[in-house]
Design a protein. Structure first.
Length: 385
């Protein structure tokens, strides 16, 4: 694959014979970013190409930079002995040195027209070279990731250009023909298209790329920012849902606790149950003593009291009457029942004994008759009594 690198002409001066000499940095180490279409990988949006020092400063690479022709712009093909006279306007020397991350080589321009172009402002150099591009991804010693490595770099010529990529800027030519700019969409080898670079920041690291590369990176950065925003929104929604669920659960638990407390309040203790049973038995006993034929089975306490009052005074006495009225009438019946004394029972309780002053048989018979009469009139109520 063929490449072109561009640097600014440095330390230029005219010799006495009119020739122009200069020092040039013609190649460098590091990573450059290209579109996938530039390096035969249209399926990749961008490709990070690594040029390791082991390749840039390899002996064969340094030797290839010596005695290379200098051209005015890149020729449409590689410079050889067959077209040297047509394209060459000067030559590099053999004093090849390494300067930091660059290959440094002196050169001389011997063509007057080209020298005037340089003095008029055409002062950038673009090294044309071939290399093998190994698409083996990896990480540089400084921790930078790359997608491909340049190997077997061989310098073919150094071109004086008007709009090269200054300093460490690089452009890639087409593999089938020499000297095309990297973004020639129709791949016409005879048309040179001028491209400029932009600096974009990726993860805090400034990267110099072409206009198209900047667009691609900007698009990816926007998509990443949108994805981060969506992730943050989803996390907020998730936390809100958890909080709502916790609140709902707490409300449900409070309702259950209240229900349990209410059920506990309805539970009757053994002592309370005994009291209720005794009170019910007392009520039934009193009711039967007042109205012996009254029905109590299956009736509530209030219904028993109402039935007793109705039995004594008739249904009209309880019709449309409030419970408080009925309860009062029932209480009066209970008090009156307590006042009714059984003479015979009292006589038996006092015990039978001989009365020296009279006939005890007659007294017993009288007490019996009083008892029978009392029992016979008990249903009539207080007025009858």
């Amino acid at each position: 694959m063929q490449f072109t690198d561009a640097v600014t002409v440095a330390g230029t001066r005219r010799r006495e014979d009119g020739y122009l000499v200069a020092d040039a940095r013609i190649a460098r180490t590091g990573i450059q970013t290209y579109l996938g279409s530039e390096v035969g990988k249209p399926d990749m949006s961008t490709v990070r190409v690594y040029r390791p020092g082991s390749e840039v400063f390899a002996e064969d690479t340094l030797k290839s930079a010596a005695h290379r022709p200098v051209t005015n712009d890149h020729p449409p093909q590689m410079v050889t002995s067959e077209n040297w006279k047509k394209f060459a306007v000067g030559q590099t020397s053999d004093e090849i040195t390494g300067e930091g991350i660059f290959i440094r080589v002196p050169l001389m321009v011997s063509d007057e027209a080209t020298i005037k172009d340089i003095e008029a402002g055409k002062q950038e150099l673009s090294a044309g070279y071939t290399c093998d591009l190994d698409f083996t991804a990896g990480v540089t010693p400084t921790g930078d990731a790359y997608d491909a490595i340049q190997k077997n770099i061989r310098i073919n010529h150094v071109a004086v250009v008007q709009h090269g990529r200054a300093g460490s800027k690089v452009r890639i030519g087409d593999a089938a023909a020499w000297g095309i700019s990297p973004f020639t969409p129709d791949h016409k080898p005879t048309e040179e298209k001028i491209m400029t670079l932009k600096t974009v920041t990726v993860d805090g690291i400034p990267v110099e790329v072409t206009d198209q590369g900047a667009v691609v990176i900007g698009t990816l950065q926007t998509r990443l920012a949108d994805a981060n925003t969506k992730l943050a929104d989803a996390e907020k929604a998730h936390q809100a849902a958890l909080a709502a669920k916790d609140a709902s659960h707490a409300k449900e638990m409070a309702a259950k606790d209240a229900e349990i407390d209410a059920l506990k309040a309805k539970v009757v203790s053994d002592a309370d149950l005994d009291k209720r049973v005794q009170a019910r038995a007392d009520l039934v006993s009193v009711a039967k003593s007042i109205a012996k034929d009254v029905k109590t089975e299956g009736l509530t306490d209030a219904a028993i009291r109402k039935a007793v009052v109705a039995a004594k005074f008739g249904d009209a006495a309880v019709a449309d009457k409030a419970d408080a009225y009925i309860d009062a009438r029932f209480d009066i019946l209970v008090e009156d029942a307590k006042k009714t004394v059984d003479p015979f029972a009292r006589a038996v309780a006092d015990g039978l004994h001989q009365n020296d002053g009279g006939d005890y048989r007659a007294q017993a018979e009288k007490a019996k008759q009083e008892r029978n009469r009392s029992l016979a009139d008990a249903w009539k109520g207080t007025d009858a009594a």
